[in-house]
Design a protein around this ligand. Structure first.
Ligand code: UT7
Length: 343
């Protein structure tokens, strides 16, 4: 293949060529949560910005089916046939099975048996980690087309009683996907990705059970009675670390490429809490139109939140060719990560 640009010395980069998302039909308003717990629309909106979220429909949606729907959407828009995908990188913390991961189930649903799949956890930073993995595989020359997915069904994990309300009201279900492809164009591409983790805070946001390091079986009557299969969160600690790490990792991406916050056209943060995004926006002196938020409609969808937000931002015309776009995430682990993209 003498004309194949990918076998000469031209540097290979990666770029996002298609975006898609899927959210379940079932809209759950803040007031709907009052049937399960003592809460109010005003508390939820004031503390988080959330007005509604989506919950999956049992028998219709699965984690993998939502990932597949988002992926088909992204592949269509990229004009890429599923058969041309070389690798699936799938971020979720709410897989259909304990193992194998949902990447396998989505691969099967898309009819892509035989290609490599990687399941990524990394919680709210999962999509940016997955994007970075895709970027490295492409730049290294191993693959040319990678499907990067974030999909979550949180609603079946939540303790929807008053006891669990500080966590339950935040989270929602959904999926987003990006087609990432090799390019030799140095202008329009993923410029860099930046990944971090700090396991000292592992227990500040976690689901403890079922786990393997137990005295006896990993799922027993005692485990069920303890209720540690619910999400537990030290909301205050998460909030305080999030605002610091978000800014750090955004600045790290800008510095690495010789830019400042003034150069940014759009920041697409993980949709954790509108107050976190707003604090970061103000500290970085960014005008409101340069920070994309859709947490109002979907809540926090963990690994799906960035690809859903990026897709909506793109659909609504907030992302134009040549724009400088920053993705930034923070979440359980703790993890934090960013990607800087010249669109
Ligand atoms: O995706 C990445 C991970 N997640 C995050 O980034 C989330 C970060 N944390 C947060 O966003 C906030 O900590 C929350 C929104 C989760 C909670 O807000 P908060 O201001 O930290 O509330 P809190 O848990 O300290 O609770 C304050 C009060 C308590 O009442 P008292 O003790 O002051 O009487 C809670 O019982 O608010 C009460 N409360 C609620 N009231 C109505 C907690 N949750 C609710 C609720 N409805 N859903």
């Amino acid at each position: 293949m003498p004309n194949d640009p990918f076998i000469n010395m031209t540097p290979i980069y990666s770029k996002i060529t298609g975006l898609g998302f899927y959210v379940p039909d079932n809209i759950v308003m803040n007031d709907d949560l009052k049937q399960y717990m003592d809460t109010s629309d005003s508390w939820i909106q004031d503390r988080t910005g959330i007005k509604q979220r989506r919950y999956f429909t049992f028998g219709k949606d699965t984690n993998a089916s939502m990932g597949a729907a988002a992926s088909r959407n992204a592949l269509d828009r990229a004009g890429v046939a599923p058969a041309n995908v070389d690798l699936i990188v799938y971020a979720t913390i709410t897989p259909d099975y304990y193992f194998p991961g949902s990447a396998f189930l989505m691969q099967r649903e898309l009819g892509l048996e035989g290609i490599a799949v990687i399941d990524v956890r990394q919680q709210c930073s999962g999509f940016v980690y997955a994007l970075s993995i895709a970027d490295q595989f492409i730049k290294g020359g191993m693959y040319k087309t990678v499907l990067v997915v974030g999909s979550e069904i949180q609603s079946s994990l939540l303790n929807k009683s008053t006891e669990g309300r500080n966590v339950a009201v935040i989270f929602g279900d959904g999926a987003g996907a990006a087609v990432v492809q090799a390019t030799t164009d140095p202008e329009h591409r993923i410029l860099s990705t930046h990944l971090h983790a700090d396991g000292r805070h592992a227990e500040d946001l976690m689901v403890k059970d079922p786990g393997s390091s137990r005295d006896g079986r990993w799922l027993t009557e005692a485990t069920l009675a303890a209720g540690d299969y619910n999400v537990s969160m030290n909301g205050n600690a998460v909030f305080k670390h999030a605002v610091v790490r978000f800014m750090e990792v955004i600045n790290e991406a800008l510095d690495a490429n010789g830019y400042t916050a003034n150069d940014l056209d759009l920041l697409v943060p993980h949709q954790a809490n509108i107050r976190i995004s707003e604090y970061v926006r103000q500290q970085m002196n960014l005008p409101a139109e340069k920070v994309f938020n859709n947490i109002q409609k979907y809540g926090n969808t963990t690994a799906a939140s960035i690809p859903i937000a990026l897709t909506e931002a793109h659909e609504e015309g907030h992302i134009q060719p040549g724009n400088l776009i920053c993705l930034a995430a923070f979440g359980s682990g703790f993890t934090w990560a960013s990607a800087l993209i010249r669109w």
